[in-house]
Ligand binder design. Structure first.
Ligand code: HEC
Length: 209
């Protein structure tokens, strides 16, 4: 074999190697990104194959830093009990809220606002829940617990992902207030730094129904 022929073989082999490498990377890449090695299916799928959790955030509410916890308390005073009752449907599989309601998977929640944590009508509460600092369901603790039960009670038994939207938690807290005989006063919106531009003086706390 002459040197010239060898050189040609080398060049052709190099091209093949490059071609196969590109093909391979493409197939692997497509499979990772779209769950399919076939490029044509991408237009149909239009989404990445693996889910990217996006927390819905009220638009243009500045300074919330993406998925960071946003207090719902500034919204509670103006929230509606009816909306809260609708949100409570998510809890209804495990909880009742009316006076004398039964314990289910979770305890009855009548009079929960401002009450002792983990002392519900004979319900067997986990130590993790009882260990929550302060021992009283303040609005702040309720808001935190409902955002993510595992944050305050890492080994608690409430299998619920949490309500990520402050609006939902505010309405739900309003609903729990409406099921509490003597709720503590709702924190004024102005006291909470995350309040959206409090131009007006805090509204007189609406008498809980
Ligand atoms: C899958 C069942 C389930 C769902 C759904 C659920 N919970 Fe619970 N919840 C529990 C259990 C179980 C406990 C007791 C937790 C423990 O002892 O650690 C609990 C505890 C609680 C407590 C503390 C009560 C106490 O003893 O002081 C509150 C408040 C509460 N839940 C509110 C809610 C609200 C509001 C919702 C709906 C947004 C909800 N839960 C959804 C099962 C559930």
């Amino acid at each position: 074999m002459s040197n010239a022929t060898l050189t040609w073989y080398t060049i052709i082999a190099a091209f093949w190697l490059a071609f196969l490498t590109i093909l391979g990377v493409n197939l692997v890449g497509n499979t990772v990104m779209y769950g399919s090695p076939v490029a044509e299916e991408h237009e149909k799928l239009e989404k990445f194959g693996y889910p990217i959790e996006v927390v819905e955030e009220a638009p243009a509410e500045a300074g919330t830093g993406g998925t960071a916890f946003v207090s719902s308390l500034p919204l509670v005073a103006a929230a509606s009990v009816e909306e809260g009752a609708a949100v409570f449907k998510k809890c209804g599989a495990c909880h009742t809220a009316e006076a004398g309601g039964a314990n289910k998977t979770g305890p009855n929640l009548h009079n929960i606002v401002g009450d002792v944590i983990g002392d519900r009508n004979g319900f067997k509460t986990t130590d993790s829940l009882k260990a929550i600092l302060g021992g009283i369901w303040t609005y702040e603790l309720l808001d935190d617990y409902l955002d993510n039960p595992k944050h305050l009670a890492p080994k608690g038994s409430m299998s619920f992902a949490g309500l990520k939207k402050p609006q939902d938690r505010a309405a739900l807290i309003k609903f729990l207030i409406s099921n509490t005989e003597n709720p503590p006063p709702i924190p004024a919106a102005a006291e909470t730094p995350a309040a959206p531009a409090a131009a007006e003086p805090a509204a007189a706390p609406a008498a809980p129904k």
